[in-house]
Design a protein. Structure first.
Length: 294
């Protein structure tokens, strides 16, 4: 799929969320134009391999994940998806360490890529940009012409303040009155028990809920060697320290944090996806698309 083109460090050079999102989606779909494979397994007896002219919305992403071929579903009742994309725009999301893109740029590009893919499949997509207790909202629309409106909200986002994920989840619950796919894009550094409860409420309302937990490789690996001044991005005091003296403790605490979030999500029957901001973006897209087919 030309995975090298989807490397965040290369995507960062494209400059705009629109260019990055289109590059991600077109890279993901580039395999649609490969030469047809011979043969077909019994497992996909009700499928046919993709051919030019087939509708994108009928692609079976789960089948692709298993055999690395594009299949089109046949004889299946059609349903239209409604999706709400919730992007955390807090100050900590502005961190850019070893990933090429900041967490917020990565989240915006991933959300825009999903929006572009879904509207091309004639699914309705809405957007929530969460900052503090406020949220900027675009209601779900299925028209391809809705994509520029989504981009305009995501382009050039600046991380500011803190984000109350519990308030964001409650805000979405008031608007997702019919079953929907609700996707959160956040570093979850403000993750509190109240947020777990509100997100669990969304799941109890029969929504499909996914949390994309975005972390920079520097946050995950703490590669610093020289004496460093660490500054809090959401009002915390600065700390000057020899990184080597705290690395083990930091990594242990990071693992506990990730485990706490992962366990809370699974306990609420919410899909949890750890996303490194140095990872090609198609990986997260394919995992989510594949799980929706299961």
């Amino acid at each position: 799929m030309g995975a090298s083109l989807l490397d965040p460090k290369l995507l960062a050079k494209l400059g705009t969320t629109q260019l990055r999102a289109r590059t991600v989606v077109e890279g993901l779909l580039s395999g649609l134009h490969r030469s047809p494979h011979q043969g077909q397994s019994v497992e996909f007896a009700e499928h046919k391999e993709y051919a030019p002219g087939d509708e994108l919305r009928h692609l079976d992403w789960k089948a692709y994940g298993k055999v690395d071929r594009y299949y089109v579903k046949q004889f299946e009742h059609e349903t239209n998806l409604r999706a709400f994309l919730v992007v955390d725009a807090s100050a900590s999301m502005a961190y850019r360490g070893g990933g090429g893109l900041s967490k917020l740029e990565y989240a915006s590009t991933l959300a825009a890529s999903l929006a572009y893919l879904l509207v091309r499949q004639q699914d309705a997509v809405g957007l929530v940009v969460a900052a503090g207790k406020e949220a900027r909202y675009l209601p779900p629309r299925a028209a391809l012409g809705h994509f520029p409106a989504i981009l305009s909200r995501l382009e050039g986002l600046e991380g500011k303040g803190t984000t109350d994920l519990a308030a964001a989840a409650e805000w979405v619950a008031e608007r997702a009155r019919r079953r929907a796919a609700i996707l959160f894009f956040s570093d979850l550094l403000d993750f509190q028990p109240g947020a777990v409860e509100r997100i669990a409420d969304l799941r109890r309302m029969k929504n499909e809920v996914t949390v994309f937990h975005l972390l920079d490789p520097h946050e995950l690996e703490f590669p610093f060697e020289d004496a460093t001044r660490f500054e809090g991005m959401e009002g915390e005091e600065a700390l000057e320290v020899d990184p080597r003296s705290i690395r083990d403790s930091y990594l242990e605490e990071m693992e506990r944090f990730r485990d706490r979030v992962r366990t809370a999500c699974r306990g609420a029957d919410v899909e949890y996806e750890l996303v490194r901001t140095d990872a090609p973006m198609d990986r997260a897209l394919l995992r989510w698309l594949g799980k929706r087919e299961s």
